[in-house]
Design a protein. Structure first.
Length: 365
């Protein structure tokens, strides 16, 4: 029979256990040091493929900057040629006016010889041909875009819209709903300070759209920009019933800056906008409408602080019925939450007037 060992004696098993634990801990420490050293060395070693790619990108950046400088120099040269051509065209126009005055005087003078009248007529025709040639040259050298528009991406297009006309009107909805896509955020934002409202994402997108359209207008065209909420205003004060010249670059830049300073507020009165259209003489031959929803009021005093979807459609059709005939209306819709009927209504407007309708992506233009 095995005898029991008395307590208090030396136990060799406990020493063996401690040896195993010590060896295990040492192995873990050694493994940690090896792995940490390997990671450090790996981080310090540069990847040849990555280095080559970075170098290639840096070269492309340098080349891009050089090309940008060349393009700017070319643009400055072309702009100077256009200015010279416009100055020469102004002088020719003055000569035409002088000849026309002389021609009128000779035709009223019974003593004038027929040869003198015919000579003046020939001179006028020659100068008019030279005027047209200079205008064509200016358009070819400067292109169809009268202003430069720089976007963040490649979405500088407007599919399906006719970017032309002799008298082009841009209508911009500047009601409070243009502050945001969400009705809750509109209510919250409309009570904030002017700077916050002006810099709201949706409104900034609307002003960029207007800026893009103005940069694409034909140089020989005329234009006007109206902002409307409960009333209508022109982008350039004092020009409400006038057409502005696209070729006047300084003026069109002032107009674009003025639109950027507008602040969305108030209700949406499409009826007032239509009345402003009819006040332009001659009438426009192409209209762009930047909006987000159906109207919420007309020229009469509101009977209630709320308006139903059915009432909004009625207000819309009441306004559209007064539009002048044969003018294409091209709608750019920035959808508003809670107004699903707007898209169908403005799409119908494009069909009725021979215009178009789009809802562009968020990163356009």
């Amino acid at each position: 029979m095995a005898r029991k060992r008395k307590g208090g004696g030396f136990n060799p098993l406990s020493m063996a256990f401690l040896d195993v634990m010590s060896c295990g801990f040492g192995a873990v420490v050694l493994l940690f040091l090896i792995l940490d050293h390997t990671v450090t060395e790996s981080n310090e070693e540069a990847d040849p493929a990555t280095t080559a790619e970075v170098s290639l990108l840096e070269e492309e950046i340098v080349d891009g900057r050089e090309n940008l400088v060349q393009l700017r120099n070319t643009l400055d040269s072309v702009s100077m040629e256009v200015v010279e051509a416009e100055g020469l065209a102004d002088r020719i126009q003055q000569q035409i006016d002088d000849f026309m005055a002389q021609l009128a005087a000779l035709e009223g003078d019974s003593m004038a010889t027929e040869e003198s009248v015919e000579q003046l007529r020939a001179d006028v025709e020659s100068l008019q041909e030279e005027m047209l040639r200079l205008q064509s040259t200016a358009i070819e050298e400067q292109g169809n875009s009268n202003r430069e528009f720089l976007g963040d991406g490649d979405r500088q297009y407007l599919s399906g819209m006719y970017l032309g006309g002799n008298r082009i009107l841009i209508l911009v909805d500047m009601s409070a709903s243009m502050l945001d896509e969400s009705l809750v955020n509109v209510i919250r934002t409309r009570n904030m300070d002017v700077g916050t409202r002006r810099n709201s994402e949706k409104w900034q997108r609307a002003t960029r759209i207007v800026d893009w359209i103005t940069s694409q207008l034909p140089l020989v065209s005329q234009y006007q920009i109206f902002g409307f909420n409960e009333t209508v205003r022109s982008a350039l004060d004092g020009t409400e019933n006038q057409w502005l010249e696209v070729a006047d670059e300084d003026q069109i830049n002032l107009v674009a800056d003025a639109v950027g300073n507008w602040v969305p507020e108030g209700g949406h009165n499409l009826q007032a906008a239509v009345q402003a259209i009819r006040g332009l003489q001659p009438l426009p031959d192409n209209i762009y409408l930047v909006t987000d929803s159906l109207p919420t009021r007309d020229n009469s005093e509101p009977r209630s602080s709320t308006v139903t979807p059915r009432q909004r459609l009625d207000l819309y059709w009441d306004a559209i019925e007064n539009l002048p005939a044969n003018i294409p209306v091209n709608t750019i819709l920035l959808p508003m939450e809670g107004d699903p009927a707007a898209a169908a209504a403005y799409w119908q407007l494009g069909l009725i007037t021979g215009g178009s309708f789009i809802t562009p992506s968020r990163d356009w233009p």
